[in-house]
Design a protein around this ligand. Structure first.
Ligand SMILES: [Mg+2]
Length: 200
């Protein structure tokens, strides 16, 4: 299917819309969490009483990082093109919604996304669960075959696959470790814009 028929675009935020700056291993160490599993999954395995202060500390660390967010190369050009083409665009992040709003504001991308289409870890079951993608597609009344999930982490691609949408893997390093989950591999959103422009 040509790119121009893809009417629904769901974006991961950190490291996809923005430059990758989160050092998750360092954050895990700072929070005293095991480094071999993802942060949210470690927190889920704890009692609420134990997890709560760590969740708060995590949100604070991520809030600080959000204050320095920068859009990734070509991101704005892509969002602009999609907006002009009348596409629906949403953000689905494992970060909090509050931090997502701040990140988008600081990086100059806030105006591309309507409030209701910015989902954090408390608005939908976090990726790799596809719930957030389902929620957006249902709200937009757009079938999965016309939708795209873009992300830099394996969770993004797994969520996209589970939802039956096209998966685009953004890896600024260009190593594409999780390529088996991806329909397309790009280094930056700029390349997606080129694909859109070139293939039509
Ligand atoms: Mg990411």
């Amino acid at each position: 299917m040509p790119w121009s028929n893809r009417k629904a675009w769901v974006f991961d935020m950190d490291g996809t819309l923005t430059h990758a700056v989160h050092d998750f291993t360092a954050i895990k160490r700072q929070l005293g969490l095991p480094t071999h599993q993802p942060i949210l999954e470690s927190l889920r395995a704890m009692t609420p009483a134990r997890a709560e202060p760590i969740e708060k500390a995590l949100a604070d660390i991520e809030y600080e990082i959000a204050g320095e967010a920068e859009a990734s190369p070509g991101c704005e050009a892509l969002l602009q093109r999609l907006q002009e083409a009348g596409c629906r665009m949403g953000v689905l992040t494992r970060n909090t919604r509050r931090n997502a709003l701040r990140t988008l504001e600081v990086s100059g991308l806030r105006s591309y996304f309507e409030d209701d289409w910015i989902l954090g870890r408390d608005e939908a079951e976090p990726k790799p669960d596809p719930a957030g993608i389902h929620h957006l597609l249902e709200a937009w009344q757009i079938p999965a075959r016309q939708a795209v999930m873009l992300g830099d982490a394996i969770f993004d691609l797994q969520a996209g696959r589970a939802a039956g949408v096209l998966t685009v893997y953004v890896d600024q390093e260009g190593t594409f470790e999780h390529r088996r989950w991806a329909d397309y591999c790009v280094r930056t959103p700029e390349e997606v814009e080129t694909l859109w422009a070139g293939v039509g």
